[in-house]
Design a protein around this ligand. Structure first.
Ligand code: 4AD
Ligand code: MG
Length: 430
C-alpha cells in the first residue's frame, strides 16, 4: 500500500510503501539508516542486511542524496524517532540516481543557493516556509470568503500607474502601445466594489524596485479587499481581523513547520485584536523620543519602521500620513486637510509595513485635481473618474503583501525565501 509520510501514524505495524527521495544516509556495519522525504515529511527507514540480503544491502551502499526511490517495509512506532515512527525496510526500488547533488548538508552562500533555487526548495526549511505560505494564502481566502467578499480579478496588463510612476514595468503591447505590469489591482477593485459591494483581488503585482532591501521583491503577491460604504475605521478593523485570523490559523495547522524554523511561537500567540493605533504625528514623536533622525513630513524609511514596530508586541496601525507623501487617491481628513485617511500596518519584531490602505477620495473635482498634481495622464484615468461621476460613495480597502506577511510569521531575514522563485533587482534566474 502506498502511503504519504504525513499519514504514517495510522499505519503502525503495517506493510507500506513510500515514494520519495533520499535525504540522507548513514551506515553502521550491518544497518543502513536511510532518511527519506516525500514532500509531506521525513522518515528514517532502517535497512538491515539480515532483512534484505547481501546484494540489496551492498547496493544501498552507493545510494546518494536526492536519489528517487520507493521504500517498502513495516511501520514501527519508536518514541526516539523523528515523527515517532520508523520503517523496517524489506525492499528498495531506485527510480533515478542523483550524482553529486549540489546542495549538501554543509553551509552554502545565499547566491549559490538562489542560483539553484529549483533544487533549494527541496530543503527542509524551505518546504516548511512554502507550506506556511500556502496556509497564509488559504487562510486569507477563507477569511474573506466567509465574510462574503467576492473574488473579482483585476488585470495584469494596465494602461497606467496606480502606485507612482517610478516603479512601473513597461511591456510592449503589440505594435504601438506600451502597457505596464500592474502595481496593484486597487483602481479596478474600486469599480468592482461599486458593482458587488465587498470584493477582493489576489494576484501577482509588479514594482520596478531598484532598491536592494530585505523587504522588496519586483514580483510579489498581494491580496486587496475593497468595500463600498466604508470608512477608515472599517478598513482598519478588517485588516486587524485578517491578520489575527491568518496568524491563528498558522499556529493551529503549521506548528511542525514553525518548529523546523525554530520560531518563537509565543510572539505569534500574542497577536490579538485590538492592535495599537498611532497617528503619523505621534509616530514621528516616538521616533524622536528614540533618537531616530527623522525629518517630519517625509515617509518612514525601513529603519524608522523597524524602530516603530519594535515598540509593540503586536502589529501597529499608523494613520493620517501627510497627503503629500501618499498616493493620489487618498481621501483627505476633513479635520486636517493636509492629512490622509490612510493606514499602514507595521508588523512587530522589526518587520515593518505588511499592509497599506485607507479610504479613497470620492469627490470628482478633488480627485481630478490630484491626478493632475501628481502629473498623471488624465485620459488614462477617465474610466476611474466615472466611479465618482455615477453614484460615488465613501469606500476603502487595503493591500497585504503575502511575502512580507510570511517573512514575519516565519521570522526570516529576507522576503526572498517566502516565494518559490524570487524576482529581484539582479535576480531573474532560474
Ligand atoms: O502600500 P502599497 O504600495 O499599497 C498599494 O499598492 C495599495 N494600492 C493597496 C490597496 O490599498 N489596495 O502595497 C501594499 C502592500 C505593502 O504593505 C507590502 O506588504 C506589499 O504590498 N509590498 C511589497 N511586498 C514585497 N515587495 C515589494 N516591492 C512590495 N511593495 C509593496
Ligand atoms: Mg505602502
Amino acid at each position: 500500500m502506498r502511503i504519504r509520510i504525513a499519514d504514517i501514524a495510522t499505519y503502525d505495524g503495517q506493510q507500506i510503501t513510500i515514494q520519495g527521495w533520499l535525504h540522507n544516509r548513514r551506515s553502521s556495519g550491518k544497518i543502513h539508516f536511510l532518511i527519506v522525504r516525500d514532500g509531506t515529511g521525513f522518515v528514517q527507514t532502517v535497512m538491515s542486511k539480515a532483512a534484505v540480503g547481501d546484494e540489496a544491502f551492498t547496493q544501498a551502499d552507493h545510494l546518494s542524496q536526492e536519489t528517487s526511490l520507493s521504500v517498502t517495509g513495516t511501520v514501527r512506532a519508536d518514541a526516539r524517532a523523528r515523527g515517532g515512527y520508523e520503517i523496517d525496510v524489506t525492499q528498495v526500488e531506485v527510480h533515478g540516481a542523483a550524482h553529486d547533488y549540489p546542495i549538501t548538508p554543509k553551509e552554502h552562500g545565499v547566491d549559490y543557493l538562489l542560483d539553484r533555487r529549483h533544487l533549494w526548495i527541496r530543503a527542509e526549511r524551505q518546504t516548511a516556509i512554502l507550506r506556511i505560505r500556502h496556509e497564509v494564502i488559504d487562510a486569507v481566502r477563507d477569511f474573506l470568503n466567509s465574510r462574503d467578499f467576492i473574488l473579482c480579478d483585476t488585470p495584469i496588463f494596465t494602461p497606467a500607474a496606480c502606485e507612482g510612476t517610478t516603479t512601473l514595468f513597461p511591456v510592449q503591447y503589440f505594435d504601438d502601445t506600451t502597457a505596464f505590469l500592474t502595481q496593484s489591482g486597487q483602481l479596478y477593485n474600486e469599480a468592482n466594489a461599486m458593482a458587488l459591494g465587498k470584493v477582493y483581488c489576489f494576484g501577482p503585482t509588479f514594482r520596478a524596485e531598484k532598491s536592494k532591501t530585505r523587504r522588496h521583491l519586483t514580483e510579489f503577491w498581494m491580496v486587496e479587499p475593497e468595500m463600498a460604504y466604508a470608512d477608515l475605521n472599517d478598513v482598519i478593523e478588517l485588516a486587524e481581523g485578517l491578520i489575527v485570523s491568518v496568524v491563528s490559523r498558522v499556529l493551529d495547522r503549521r506548528r511542525q513547520e514553525l518548529e523546523v524554523l525554530e520560531r518563537d511561537v509565543s510572539k505569534l500567540e500574542s497577536i490579538q485584536a485590538p492592535f495599537p493605533r498611532l497617528t503619523y504625528d505621534r509616530a514621528a514623536q516616538l521616533l524622536k523620543d528614540h533618537g531616530q533622525p527623522f525629518a517630519y513630513g517625509t515617509d518612514f524609511g525601513g529603519t524608522d519602521e523597524t524602530v516603530l514596530s519594535e515598540q509593540f508586541d503586536r502589529p501597529v496601525c499608523v494613520t493620517h500620513y501627510p497627503s503629500r507623501i501618499k498616493a493620489f487617491y487618498m481621501q483627505p481628513d476633513p479635520q486636517q486637510s493636509d492629512k490622509a485617511l490612510c493606514v499602514d500596518m507595521l508588523a512587530p519584531e522589526g518587520y515593518g509595513e505588511i499592509i497599506g490602505g485607507g479610504q479613497r477620495l470620492d469627490d470628482l473635482d478633488l480627485l481630478r485635481e490630484r491626478i493632475e498634481a501628481h502629473g498623471l495622464p488624465q485620459e488614462a484615468f477617465d474610466w476611474y473618474l466615472d466611479l465618482r461621476r455615477y453614484g460615488t460613495v465613501p469606500h476603502g480597502g487595503f493591500g497585504m503583501g503575502i511575502e512580507r506577511c510570511v517573512a514575519w510569521i516565519c521570522k526570516l531575514e529576507h522576503v526572498r525565501e517566502t516565494i518559490p522563485y524570487p524576482r529581484m533587482l539582479h535576480r531573474l534566474y532560474p
